[in-house]
Design a protein around this ligand. Structure first.
Ligand code: FAD
Length: 466
């Protein structure tokens, strides 16, 4: 390993660890490093790029140092080094931040990718390290017939997911991922471990407001639930939409989802002139469930019900792509109902249809998520039934400018309709007053907690809570 501006002696002095705990590539092979607590990577290292790159290929950032940490102790050493060198620190678990918030130019990236242990404490209580990927969680939990309500993408990590909220197929029944958080541990700017059992403010903040803001979360304890016996998916496809047909279908979809059972979830996905509507249900009675959306079925060009499937096999269908891609995705408004977008439906349709690569999606929330008081967790949106997401994908950097321009136009259109609430886990770097949109009335308390946990703003990224 090369050392750039740092000599081995300097590192060891800074870290105060003697020769234990930190090793250099020139003495050890990479595999040896993986067994150690802390790997320090600088630009000249062979593995620097592998650890630097995140899921979104659009965003390239180059930290001075990547501290790959495998233990709390390693994180403490990395923080000591960052303080000494006055580096800003970004934190990464799964690297799926839409806007590359888990990386930093010229600072330190604390990379937790190797901290992915799952420890069962009781049948209904589990301790997860932050970089457990959702596919690892499902693979471990389902044979034990347990679940937590989490997202669907297999390579998203539980750390970032929970700290910004976390919703998925099971959320209308069991709440957001963060609603099931029982305890967290975090290392702060001084290298102290804070345990939420002794400091309940921390648990409150980590329920939807903890992404990269206060310190490095190292442990997340969750309540778990019995896994459902089966999982059913109903996919409808509609081709060659016109504006009129789109408006008719979106109205019918909002009606169908108004009284959805809590075991169900639905997504409305407009991709150019093609629309896909998905309903899922993990209750066992499918006959009555199909009646919920019977108005849509005869209008579909293709309808594929897949009833009572094995849960593990069904969830794998939704894991999505594993390899990094070019994209710009963002929260496009949280809605109580169709009335929040009704006046702009034709404009939304015409913009999405004319922007190849753009997708406008609406997912159901509600149910158990809304049984919690807004002030009881940092995640504030407890009166919301729908989350929309704007997405744009491309294959080559040259396509980015045109698509992201159209993207901004749709976001502006939605803002003009009066949409001001957004989901923190779907950040948009261009969104004005973003932290108000993510946290609403809870922002003031989060700002107080930033002062308490990170008064020197060691942990930083473009939308950090200030
Ligand atoms: C393909 C894809 C599918 C998705 N599907 C869903 C879904 O179904 N449901 C849903 O709710 N969301 C979904 N998301 C959004 C996802 O929840 C967020 O992107 C989430 O923040 C990613 O977490 P991560 O740990 O993988 O990412 P990272 O980029 O590592 O982290 C995201 C943010 O959390 C911070 N952070 C991460 N770990 C820690 C830690 N240990 N301590 C303090 N801060 C930390 C980072 O600094 C960063 O700001 C999806 C995203 C993608 C790209």
């Amino acid at each position: 390993m090369t050392q750039q501006n740092y000599t081995k002696r300097e590192f060891l002095k800074l870290l105060g660890t003697g020769s234990l705990g930190i090793f250099f590539m020139s003495f050890y092979s990479f595999d040896d490093f993986l067994d150690d607590d802390l790997i320090i990577l600088t630009k000249d290292d062979e593995k620097y790029d592998q650890y630097r790159k995140s899921f979104n290929k659009r965003i390239e950032k180059f930290p001075k140092i990547i501290a790959v940490c495998k233990s709390e102790n390693a994180i403490k050493k990395a923080i000591a080094l960052a303080n000494e060198k006055k580096f800003k620190v970004a934190i990464r678990s799964g690297g799926h931040s839409f806007e590359g918030f888990s990386n930093v130019d010229n600072g330190m990236l604390i990379h937790l990718g190797l901290m992915n242990k799952i420890t069962w404490l009781q049948e209904n209580r589990v301790k997860l390290q932050p970089a457990c990927l959702l596919q690892e969680i499902y693979a471990n939990f389902l044979p034990k017939k347990r679940i937590i309500p989490a997202g669907s993408c297999g390579t998203v990590a539980v750390g970032g997911l929970t700290l910004g909220g976390g919703y998925g197929f099971f959320s209308r029944k069991y709440g957001l991922t963060c609603d099931n958080l029982l305890r967290v541990k975090m290392i702060d700017f001084k290298g102290n471990t804070i345990d939420s059992d002794k400091d309940p403010d921390l648990l409150w903040a980590c329920k939807g407001g903890g992404n990269g803001n206060f310190g490095v979360v190292t442990e997340l304890h969750f309540k778990t639930y019995p896994a459902p016996q089966s999982f059913s998916g109903y996919r409808m496809k509609f081709n060659n939409l016109t504006s009129d047909k789109f408006v008719k279908l979106i109205r019918l979809w909002f009606q169908a989802t108004e009284k959805l059972p809590n075991e169900a979830f639905s997504a409305f996905v407009l991709n150019g002139k093609f629309l896909t509507i998905l309903f899922t249900n993990f209750a066992t009675d499918q006959t009555n469930f199909e009646k919920t959306f019977s108005s849509l079925i005869p209008l579909a060009n293709d309808y594929k019900p897949m009833k009572n499937r094995n849960l593990a096999a069904a969830l794998k269908n939704y894991y999505g792509v594993k390899e990094p891609i070019y994209f710009k995705n963002a929260s496009a408004g949280l809605y109580t109902g169709i009335e929040d977008i009704e006046k702009g439906l034709e404009d939304i349709f015409s913009k999405v249809v004319s922007s190849k690569g753009m997708i406008y999606q609406i997912n159901t929330l509600g149910g158990k998520i809304n049984e919690i008081k807004s002030s009881d967790s940092a995640y504030p949106h407890r009166d919301i039934n729908y989350l929309s997401e704007l997405q744009a994908y491309w294959d080559f950097p040259s396509q980015e400018e045109k698509l992201t321009k159209s993207f901004e136009e749709v976001q502006q259109l939605l803002r003009n309709l009066g949409n001001t609430k957004q989901y923190r886990n779907y950040p948009d770097i261009n969104y004005p007053d973003a932290n108000n949109a993510y946290f609403g009335n809870n922002l003031a308390r989060l700002q107080q907690l930033k002062k308490k946990y990170d008064p020197n703003n060691l942990f930083d990224y473009p939308q950090v809570i200030k």
